[in-house]
Design a protein around this ligand. Structure first.
Ligand code: UDP
Ligand code: MG
Length: 310
């Protein structure tokens, strides 16, 4: 029988975890009995509450449960990677512990892979109800910007909740970069992905670990990890400055020839300042280009990922 690994990152989820486990078991018995066996991988991301004790207690009743516990809080990205690395299933799903990722969708996702031939199935929220409006606004802006400046497509509202074939999981694990931005990594590895949409669900218990500031930093992470466009900006700005300086020089020379030079020295000084700052900005941009190449080399991403080979 095929095996599905359920990878759950948990940070201070003592309240939500028992509810999550109960619901998952219900879905497993209802939808997957005789079809696939399960393995739970709980990654305790350095929780400060009873999360680890609860995981150990669950493990005593159910040998399907495995866990990894971090020495401190390393963040959800690290937790997801650890979970993927220890997972052994033919399929792996990434889920939050707060039941915001509806387990009821799992069968539909599984069928899409098994019967429709997809390699992975992602989920996206089409509504953001229950979320502060300001947060939704910035989230939308973020997706607009990143999709303009990155070659990689980021789906608005995409969750980390997804089901993947082993091959996709192995591709993700092969990306060893330290600054991880999963939504980008999933797009980067490619493969046929089906998107399932659902309405936002609020968490069952406990509270969100993402403050606005944390999300903002995460958004910057996404931009710097998947776009080197900001490095080109100074080049463009520099060119614009040089152009302005050039036009200004012509304008001032013509004006001086016609009207004379009442404030002597000022026009030439301004032209020189604009021109030199233009050259400086442009040079920074050139350095930026080399930096971006170095940056991409250092990430050491695979140059291609093979899906089939004969
Ligand atoms: N999480 C984690 N490490 C962290 C922060 C969050 O493992 O440093 C886990 C958390 O336990 C939950 C999931 O990531 O299972 C999503 O977090 P949360 O529900 O707080 O985020 P939201 O759904 O509000 O975006
Ligand atoms: Mg949540």
């Amino acid at each position: 029988m095929e095996k599905i690994s359920v990878v759950v990152s948990c940070y201070n989820e003592e309240k939500a975890l028992p509810l999550f486990y109960a619901e998952m078991e219900r879905i497993r018995e209802q939808d997957f009995e005789g079809i696939a066996e399960f393995e739970y991988i709980f990654v305790d991301d350095g929780s400060k509450d009873q999360t680890l004790d609860i995981i150990k207690l669950l493990r005593e009743q159910d040998q399907k449960i495995k866990y990894v516990s971090f020495s401190r809080n390393f963040g959800k990205e690290a937790a997801m990677l650890a979970g993927l690395e220890v997972s052994t299933g033919d399929y792996v799903t990434l889920m939050d512990a707060d039941l915001q990722d509806p387990p009821a969708l799992l069968k539909k996702m599984y069928d899409a892979i098994v019967f429709e031939g997809y390699d992975s199935v992602g989920t996206r929220r089409v509504t953001r109800k229950g979320e502060p409006p300001i947060r939704s606004f910035f989230a939308r802006m973020f997706y607009k910007i990143i999709n303009k400046i990155s070659d990689i497509e980021m789906v608005d509202g995409a969750r980390d909740y997804r089901l993947m074939k082993r091959q996709v999981v192995d591709a993700i694990i092969s990306l060893k970069e330290y600054n991880r931005y999963s939504k980008g990594l999933f797009s980067f590895v490619g493969f046929e992905t089906k998107w399932i949409e659902y309405e936002n669900i609020e968490r069952v218990a406990g509270e969100t670990k993402w403050s606005f500031w944390k999300l903002f930093k995460y958004a910057l992470e996404g931009i710097t990890a998947f776009s080197t466009t900001p490095l080109i900006l100074s080049s463009i700005l520099g060119l614009i400055f040089c152009l302005i300086a050039f036009l200004a020089i012509i304008f001032i020379i013509v004006r001086t020839l016609i009207f004379g030079d009442p404030t002597s020295g000022w026009p030439s000084l301004v032209c020189i300042i604009v021109f030199v700052s233009g050259i400086q900005l442009f040079s920074i941009g050139v350095i930026g280009q080399y930096l971006s190449k170095t940056y991409l080399e250092v990430k050491d991403r695979p140059i291609y990922i093979v899906k089939e080979k004969v």
